[in-house]
Design a protein around this ligand. Sequence first.
Ligand SMILES: [Zn+2]
Ligand SMILES: [Zn+2]
Length: 342
Amino acid sequence: MRQATLATVLTDSRRLPVASESKSASQTYLDNRVTKSQRGTKRTRSQRARERLQTKEHLVGLARELYEGELADKLDRCHSRLSVLTCGRHIARIIPNFTCEFRLCPDCGRRRSRKLQTKYLPLMKAFMLHNKVTPVHLVLTQTHRKESRKESAARIRNSFTKLTRRSFWKQYFKGGTWSLEFTKDKNGLHHTHLHIIGFRRKFFDIELLRDEWLAVTGDSHVLHLKPILDLAAGLQEVVKYVSKPLDIRRFGAADLKEFLGLKNMRMFGTFGEFRDFCKDFEPSDNDAMSELESLARDLVEGCACPQCNEPLFDLRMSGKELPQFYEQAESSPPGEVRKRSH
Ligand SMILES: [Zn+2]
Ligand SMILES: [Zn+2]
């Protein structure tokens, strides 16, 4: 298991184009991001769980540095004790002792992005059927300026609003969703990207879209467009920025301080006809959601695991033990149930 994982990591890093100093910063950066997301980094559950723990520890440290004791305590408590309904190999449900709901918390972010996926996937499918449109993933970028994160986000969102009002856009797109992604370059300048799932009416020349983007931004024509073949994966790709708007492990105390000042900034939204469609479908959507939720709620100890039919049991563990649990589940052969007394 460990070898396979290591090999995957090595292959990935070899294929990843390394940002070279000589290339134009924005171009190189965008290429990296897009290739990375297109390939889909395959990390195991245990690796991801470990990363979440590390991110959290890092955030707690930064919060303490800023004398934000309350925030640090909340993060510390969040998902610190878990009640895990499991067959020993699969996890049917995790109930945490406490959720901090802090926007940069990786555990709470994961819950948030799962909620968005549950909500929007059926809506998107219905919208596509109704309107005979196909989804594309569009990444819009802007030139880097000396500005705050807030200013950078406002600038790209304003540009996008202008874009959606143009006749070119209306001719080819029937609404969609947007989410914001933040990063910083090595000079400390903000890179803000908009990830759009756009519902396309028909094909168009990408160069024309570049011209349109340049017209509204005044100085940027850098964008990337790819068709979404698997809607669930495409949506997951876009909502992940809601749970992980930036690379927190490269975050300093000053970054956290700035982020704390952005409390109410929206990171995800809908636009165009898709937005209206979502409003109309809200009631039936809620019904579907609560049904799904109650389905998961109904699972109790002794029920069959939905993935392998083995009986589920309740396992209490600390949040720190979760990566290890995943690791053991990943390496144990199917059917081998790891029971633990508690
Ligand atoms: Zn949390
Ligand atoms: Zn199972």
